[in-house]
Design a protein around this ligand. Structure first.
Ligand code: C5P
Length: 305
């Protein structure tokens, strides 16, 4: 019996350009990912038989009632373990234990993070010895965000999000996250995006030059101005009250305020630790969301703890 524990971060999208829906139902993306310091943990304990089990616990009471994370074969961490086993021909099973901190259905890729962590943890516990390139290949089959969560740091995402390439970036950024009481389905937000754009022509997405320049310079003010998210209208259409949450952070002087991915988590860029505290305080006082978390990025991707 071997045990491996992996810590994996959440992701945000500094920009999220979304193109016209493809024939396979996915949307072409032009995004810049950043990994941020909210971590899930996945522990893999190998089994001699061929069972693959999962248990999930969340330490965050405010979100525990939305504990909709499946504890069966629909769990992405289980899918990841199965994919690794099929790919390598390994004979054996695993018990997976997930400690959730990343909000569920929050637009921060919590499920994808657990899949990335499960790949790394099982690869270690089973001694299957796959290298980074093979793990990234499997990650792309599991979900659009999974390859980035192996990688971490900052990266440009293309394709449906699964092709990642390096970006020149410096600086560490202070973020405040306003977490909603109830998650939003990513698929539902993309469907709303299609509905809202049914008549118009959606242009091919592009990463804004101003965003790349801000990251190259490590300029938080410029980065705040350059944050963008093409899913904003769709997410606000499904959850109009998120506009109020964004406004509370803007009034508190956030350098930038957008939804994280498909939402409903709202993210605010602060200039330093004190500013981050001020924004968090404003959000809490206004009861603008269910929970407020201060964090920073970039941080590394899925790693053995
Ligand atoms: O890739 P992943 O399984 O995380 O995507 C979840 C859902 O989000 C997809 O089923 C699809 O409806 C939507 N999606 C999309 N275009 C993308 C990524 C995700 O339409 N680029």
């Amino acid at each position: 019996m071997n045990v491996a524990t992996v810590r994996v971060p959440a992701k945000i999208n500094l920009c999220l350009g979304v193109g016209p829906v493809r024939e396979d139902g996915y949307h072409p993306l032009a995004t810049v990912y950043q990994a941020v310091g909210l971590h899930d943990e996945v522990r893999a304990t190998s089994r001699a038989d061929d069972e693959i089990n999962v248990v999930v616990n969340s330490e965050l009471d405010v979100r525990s009632e939305l504990a909709t994370v499946p504890e069966d074969d629909n769990n992405l961490a289980v899918k990841a373990a199965k994919l690794l086993r099929d790919h390598t021909g390994f004979v054996g099973g695993v018990d997976l234990a997930i400690r959730k901190v990343i909000p569920v259905a929050g637009g921060m890729a919590g499920g994808s993070a657990d899949a990335a962590a499960s790949l790394v943890a099982c690869n270690d516990a089973w001694g299957t010895g796959l290298g980074r390139a093979d793990l990234e290949f499997l990650a792309a089959k599991l979900g659009s965000d999974v390859p980035f969560l192996l990688h971490g740091g900052n990266a440009v995402g293309g394709g449906r999000g699964e092709t990642i390439s390096p970006v020149l970036a410096r600086g560490s950024y202070h973020w405040v996250f306003a977490i909603a009481a109830e998650g939003l389905s990513t698929a539902a937000v993309y469907a709303e995006f299609d509905r809202l754009n049914a008549d118009g022509k959606v242009p091919e997405p592009k990463v804004p030059d101003a965003l790349l320049a801000a990251l190259r310079a490590g300029d938080a003010d410029a980065l705040g101005d350059a944050l963008s998210n093409d899913l904003t209208e769709a997410a606000l259409s499904l959850r109009p009250e998120l506009q109020d949450t964004l406004e509370v952070g803007i009034e508190a002087g956030a350098l930038g305020a957008i939804l994280s991915g498909s939402g409903p988590t709202a993210m605010f860029l602060a200039s330093d630790e004190q500013h981050s505290l001020d924004i968090a305080f404003a959000l809490t006082s206004a009861a603008a969301c269910a929970d407020v978390v201060q964090s920073h990025g970039p941080v590394p991707g899925a790693r053995l703890a």
